[in-house]
Design a protein around this ligand. Structure first.
Ligand code: NAX
Length: 325
């Protein structure tokens, strides 16, 4: 039988962790033929809760679950890791300035990047979910110089899936009829969900919608502000849908995809400055992502992409000034 793959989840005792771990252990992250060993990384006050989750994982008797360890030591958690899901992060609290937020997250993602650099398996893949996800990924990556840059990614798949759902509802079609959806830029309110390149029934989704005002004033803000709407309705932030998106992201990276959205290190494509971790349309082949090339970008989309990428450049400059990268 196949060797177990080590999957490390940080923030394992949090709400996304709770929605994610059972799906990983049941085989949905890596497929039904791949056993997994889970490593749960938490901070000391949450270790007991992580142990409770591990007890429930045991109680599921998942045939693919080869073992669970729980630790507050990043070096231990990332030793030999194949898939690292960096979910735990420092949330923005009331009155917190952006600099404080970035600094607090630097205190998490710098040592985690170092631990990945020191101990990860050669084939390690990293997905950063914890916000600000793109910039946290940039911080971790810059402290892991021995790991190829393309192994560090951040999650915009939840935004991508939200966009699919919104446009499918608008058009009265199934999400499976929509292809080539793209989220560009930052996982933030400036993100650009692009219906001009998305397709439905052989034409662009923007054309199929045929309503520029809806696209601009309803669709884009609904997708970009969906997180806040979920908090408003549920009294808690997106958890199961975020976990689902993390599963989709890694599954597609490993197993292949014709077209999806991932925040990946820019090679300068589409005018995105080299080195920024920005969301692009990607294709995944043989376990590797590649930015889909050669798309023509209309003026409306250009402005939106530039605005979100500009925000990423500002975040990069801020963490550089703080000495975090
Ligand atoms: P929770 O607050 O429920 O859980 C976070 C967990 O991380 C806590 O258990 C905490 O103890 C742990 N943690 C904190 N510092 C840690 C460290 N240094 N090492 C290990 N664990 C640590 O948050 P949850 O709702 O699970 O959300 C987690 C993160 O995902 C947040 O940053 C959130 O903003 C982000 N999200 C990102 C999304 C995306 O699309 N990229 C969407 C969903 C979500 O909002």
């Amino acid at each position: 039988s196949k060797a177990a793959v080590k999957v490390t989840v940080t923030g394992a005792a949090g709400q996304i962790g709770y929605a994610l771990l059972f799906r990983i252990a049941s085989g949905q992250l890596l497929g039904p033929d791949t056993p997994v060993r889970l490593s749960l990384l938490e901070i000391p006050p949450a270790l007991k809760a992580a142990e409770g989750t591990a007890m429930e994982l045991d109680d599921c008797a998942f045939p693919l679950l080869a073992g669970i360890d729980i630790t507050d030591d990043a070096k231990h958690a990332f030793d030999g890791v194949n898939v690292a899901l960096l979910v735990g992060a420092r949330p923005r609290t009331k009155g917190m300035e952006r600099g404080d937020l970035l600094e607090a997250n630097g205190g998490i993602f710098k040592p985690q990047g170092e631990a990945i650099n020191a101990g990860a398996a050669d084939d390690v893949r990293v997905l950063v979910v914890g916000n600000p996800a793109n910039t946290n990924a940039l911080i971790a990556r810059s402290h892991a110089p021995d790991v190829p840059a393309e192994r560090f990614t951040a999650m915009t798949r939840l935004d991508h899936n939200r966009a699919l759902s919104q446009v499918a509802t608008k058009l009265g079609v199934s999400v499976s009829e929509i292809s080539r959806m793209t989220i560009w830029g930052n996982h933030s309110a400036t993100q650009y969900p692009d219906l001009f390149r998305a397709q439905v029934g052989g034409r662009s989704a923007a054309e199929a919608v045929g309503d520029d005002a809806w696209l601009r004033d309803t669709f884009i803000p609904t997708v970009a502000k969906r997180g806040a709407a979920i908090i408003e309705a549920r009294g808690a932030s997106s958890a199961a849908s975020a976990a689902n998106a993390a599963i989709d992201h890694v599954y597609d990276w490993v197993h292949g995809s014709d077209w999806t959205s991932m925040a990946v290190v820019s090679d300068g494509s589409y005018g995105v400055p080299e080195g920024l971790i920005s969301s692009f349309p990607v294709r995944c082949v043989d376990g590797q992502w590649q930015i889909i090339q050669g798309l023509e970008i209309d003026e409306f989309s250009r402005e939106r992409i530039d605005a979100s990428v500009g925000e990423l450049a500002e975040e990069r400059d801020a963490v550089r000034e703080l000495g975090l990268i």
